[in-house]
Design a protein around this ligand. Structure first.
Ligand SMILES: [Zn+2]
Length: 650
C-alpha cells in the first residue's frame, strides 16, 4: 500500500466512525469498518514512520502510568451557581436585567458526569484536562483519546479549549454495574462516579472499556468571532462533536420554565442522566459586561431538577415468593417523595446484595429512583447508625407456606410447589400474553381464585366450572362465560407456547421454541446433553429444564393430556434473506404482526420483542415509534414491510 492510499483510508475510517459515534447514523457495516481498520493497522505496523497521530487505531488505549501529571487550563474553568425553584430563577433574572437590560438565554440539558477541558492546537487534540480546581487539573489525554466522540483532530487552526461533560449512557451504566457485581466489586452509585472513575484510570485500555461519551457545553480560550454563545456552540458541534438532544433559545421566564418542564418530561427518554438545565446569557458582549463573582460567572446558572436520590430509613425487610419459588427481599422504607412519586419499598434482589451492602434494619440509606426502574438502595449511611440497628437474617422458612427453604447461596427458594404465592405467580405467568394468553385471567382474578380455594394449580383452571365462579366478587354471567371460553380455547395451542407458559427458570420463548421443535412431546424425558446440543441452549438452561421435568413430570404429562398441544414440525428451511436472522417487528402492518411473525419464523428467522445490537433487521409498518428510533441509533438495519416483501420475492 502506498502512503497516499493509507491516508485516504484513514480519512474514510474517520468519516465512518463519525457517522457511527457522533451522528448515530452508520454508513458502513461493522464488517467493512473492521476490515478497513485492520488494513490501516497493518500498514502502520510496517511503516511506523508514516503513522499519523490522529489515526483511529490510536483509540484503543494501552498507555499505563503510575500517576497523572498536572496541567493548567488556559482560561479558568468556572463552576456554576445552582438554583432550585422558579422563584430563584426569577431572582437570578431580575439581577441580570438590572445590570444589562433584557437579554436572550441559551438553555440546554445539564448532564450528570465529569467535566473535561479539551485543548486543540492547529487542529490536533494536544491535551485533555479534568476540571480539578478550575485552574489546574489532571492530564488525562491518553485516556480521552479512547473516547470515540472526542475528535482527535478538528478543522480549526490556532488554539481552542472545548469544555464539556464526560458521561456514561444509562444502559451502559447498568451493564458496567452488572459486570462489577459479577466480579464481586461494589457497583457504582451513579453514572457520574462511573464516568469520573473511567476518566482517571491509570491504564487507558480500561478507560476504553468504560463506554464514555463526551458532550461539549462551552468554550475557554478561542478566537471564534460570533457574538452569540449558541452560534459558537453550533460551530463546535459542526466540528464533529455530539450535539445535545435538545437546546433552546429563551426570551422570558415562561420560555425558560416551559423548556425546563419539557426536559423533565424527557428525563427517562434521554439516554444520559440529567441533573438539571443550564441557563446562559446568549450574547457574549453582555456576558462580559456582567462578569464574575469570586466563584461563578454571573451570566449562567444551573436550574436543578428535583432530586431522584433521597435519604430514607429502612423499617423492615419483607419477603416475596416468585413463581419459581425464589425469595426476593424487599426493603420497606419510611415513605418519601422522589421525583414526584411516593416511594415506600425498594428491591434488594437477593441476600448476597444485602450482605455486600452491609444493610441492617433501621439503617439510613440513599435511595434512587429513575424512570420506570424500581427504586434501589445505592448506599448505606453507616455513620448515621445509633446502635439500635438489627441484623437481617437469611430466612429459613417460607414466609407464605412455612416450608423449609433451600438456601443455594445467591438464591433462596421455596420448594413447595403448592406454596400459595408460587401458585398465584405461576398461574399469572401461565395466563399472560405470549404464554397462553388467557383473556380475563389477570393477576387480581388469579389471587381471588386461589384464595377462595377454587383452584390450587394450573391444572385446576381446566376443571373450573361456571358453578365454581358464581357468586365470586365481580363475576357476572357474561364474564364467567368469557373466562371459561378463553381457558378452553387454549386447548391445542402450540407446544412451544405451552412450554414457555410453564415458567421454567431460564427458559424463555425462544428456547421453548427450539426445544419444542427438536423434541416434541418427548421433552419430558430429554437429557441435559441433548439440550446443550441445541443452538442457543446453555448448561444453566439445560439443567434447569431437566430438573423441572424431573420434579413435575406427572403435572406436565397431565397438562399435555388435557391441552393436547400442537407439535410444530421442524422443516428444513430453504435459503432466504431472513434465515437465521434476528428480527424485530414494529408499527402497524398490512396484516396482523402475529401473521408476519409466524411467516418469518417459518423462514427460519428468530422474531424477538426488543431491539438490541444483536438484531439483524427491524421491519416497520406505519406509525413506528421508539423501536425504530432505537434501531437507527444502534445502527440496526431497518426496512419497511414493503421492502421485506420485495426481498422475499427475489
Ligand atoms: Zn412457600
Amino acid at each position: 500500500m502506498k502512503k497516499e492510499i493509507y491516508l485516504n483510508k484513514i480519512e474514510l475510517l474517520k468519516k465512518w466512525a463519525y457517522a457511527y459515534y457522533v451522528m448515530d447514523n452508520p454508513i458502513a457495516s461493522d464488517e467493512e469498518y473492521d476490515k478497513l481498520y485492520h488494513e490501516v493497522l497493518e500498514y502502520e505496523e510496517k511503516h511506523p514512520e508514516d503513522t499519523v497521530s490522529d489515526s483511529p487505531t490510536k483509540r484503543v488505549g494501552g498507555v499505563v502510568r503510575d500517576e497523572f501529571s498536572k496541567a493548567k487550563h488556559i482560561k479558568k474553568m468556572w463552576s456554576m451557581e445552582d438554583v432550585f425553584t422558579s422563584d430563584e430563577v426569577q431572582e437570578w433574572i431580575d439581577r441580570l436585567v438590572k445590570n444589562i437590560g433584557e437579554v436572550e438565554y441559551f438553555c440546554e440539558p445539564k448532564f450528570d458526569g465529569a467535566s473535561l477541558n479539551l485543548l486543540y492546537e492547529n487542529s490536533k487534540l494536544i491535551k485533555a484536562i479534568t476540571r480539578g480546581d478550575g485552574i489546574i487539573g489532571e492530564d488525562v489525554t491518553d485516556n480521552v483519546k479512547t473516547i470515540r466522540s472526542v475528535p482527535l483532530s478538528i478543522d480549526y487552526s490556532g488554539l481552542i479549549e472545548i469544555r464539556g461533560e464526560v458521561v456514561i449512557p444509562k444502559d451502559d451504566f447498568e451493564i458496567i454495574n452488572q459486570e462489577r457485581i459479577k466480579e464481586g466489586k461494589t457497583p457504582f452509585a451513579n453514572p457520574r462516579n462511573a464516568a469520573a472513575g473511567g476518566l482517571r484510570q491509570l491504564d487507558s485500555s480500561k478507560t476504553a472499556k468504560r463506554r464514555l461519551v463526551f458532550y461539549p457545553w462551552g468554550l475557554g480560550e478561542n478566537s471564534l468571532e460570533y457574538n452569540n454563545l449558541s452560534k459558537k456552540m453550533d460551530y463546535i458541534y459542526n466540528l464533529g462533536f455530539l450535539r445535545p438532544p435538545y437546546s433552546q433559545e429563551c426570551k422570558t421566564i415562561y420560555d425558560i420554565e416551559s423548556f425546563y418542564q419539557f426536559l423533565i418530561s424527557k428525563r427517562d427518554e434521554i439516554p444520559i442522566m440529567m441533573d438539571g438545565m443550564v441557563i446562559k446569557v446568549d450574547n457574549i458582549t453582555k456576558e462580559e459586561q456582567l462578569g464574575y463573582t469570586v466563584k461563578y460567572p454571573k451570566w449562567m446558572c444551573a436550574y436543578k431538577f428535583p432530586a431522584i436520590e433521597k435519604v430514607t430509613k429502612v423499617n423492615a425487610i419483607t419477603l416475596q415468593v416468585g413463581r419459581t419459588g425464589v425469595i426476593t427481599p424487599v426493603a420497606e422504607v419510611e415513605p418519601i417523595e422522589v421525583d414526584g412519586a411516593t416511594v415506600s419499598r425498594a428491591t434488594l434482589h437477593n441476600f448476597d446484595e444485602i450482605k455486600r451492602k452491609g444493610l441492617m434494619i433501621g439503617d439510613s440509606v440513599i435511595l434512587i429512583r429513575s424512570g420506570d426502574v424500581i427504586p434501589k438502595i445505592t448506599k448505606v449511611l453507616t455513620d448515621r447508625r445509633t446502635g439500635e440497628e438489627k441484623e437481617i437474617k437469611r430466612p429459613i422458612n417460607c414466609p407464605t407456606c412455612g416450608s423449609e427453604l433451600l438456601d443455594e447461596g445467591t438464591l433462596i427458594k421455596c420448594q413447595n410447589m403448592d406454596c400459595p404465592d408460587r401458585v398465584v405467580n405461576s398461574i399469572i405467568h401461565f395466563a399472560k400474553k405470549g404464554c397462553m394468553n388467557i383473556d380475563g385471567l389477570g393477576s387480581k382474578i388469579v389471587e381471588i381464585l386461589v384464595k377462595e380455594n377454587k383452584i390450587k394449580d394450573i391444572l385446576g383452571l381446566y376443571s373450573l366450572t361456571a358453578k365454581d365462579l358464581e357468586g365470586l366478587e365481580g363475576f357476572k354471567e357474561r364474564r364467567i362465560k368469557k373466562l371459561l371460553e378463553s381457558i378452553n380455547s387454549t386447548k391445542g395451542v402450540e407446544l412451544s407456547k405451552l412450554l414457555n407458559a410453564m415458567g421454567i427458570e431460564h427458559i424463555g420463548a425462544v428456547a421453548s421454541k427450539s426445544i419444542a421443535l427438536e423434541f416434541g412431546l418427548d421433552v419430558v424425558d430429554v437429557t441435559e446433553e441433548e439440550l446443550i446440543a441445541i443452538d442457543g441452549i446453555g448448561k444453566e438452561m439445560a439443567s434447569s429444564f431437566v430438573e423441572f421435568m424431573r420434579v413435575n413430570r406427572e403435572f406436565v404429562l397431565k397438562l399435555f393430556e388435557i391441552i393436547k398441544p400442537t407439535v410444530e414440525t421442524k422443516v428444513e428451511v430453504i435459503d432466504n434473506p431472513f434465515k437465521d436472522k434476528t428480527i424485530v417487528l414494529t408499527g402497524t402492518m398490512s396484516v396482523s404482526r402475529t401473521i408476519i411473525k409466524d411467516m418469518l419464523e417459518k423462514l427460519g428467522a428468530k422474531v424477538s420483542g426488543s431491539v438490541s445490537k444483536k438484531t439483524d433487521y427491524l421491519i416497520y409498518g406505519a406509525d413506528a415509534g421508539s423501536k425504530l428510533t432505537k434501531a437507527q441509533k444502534l445502527g440496526v438495519k431497518n426496512i419497511s414491510e414493503e421492502d421485506m416483501n420485495k426481498l422475499l420475492k427475489k
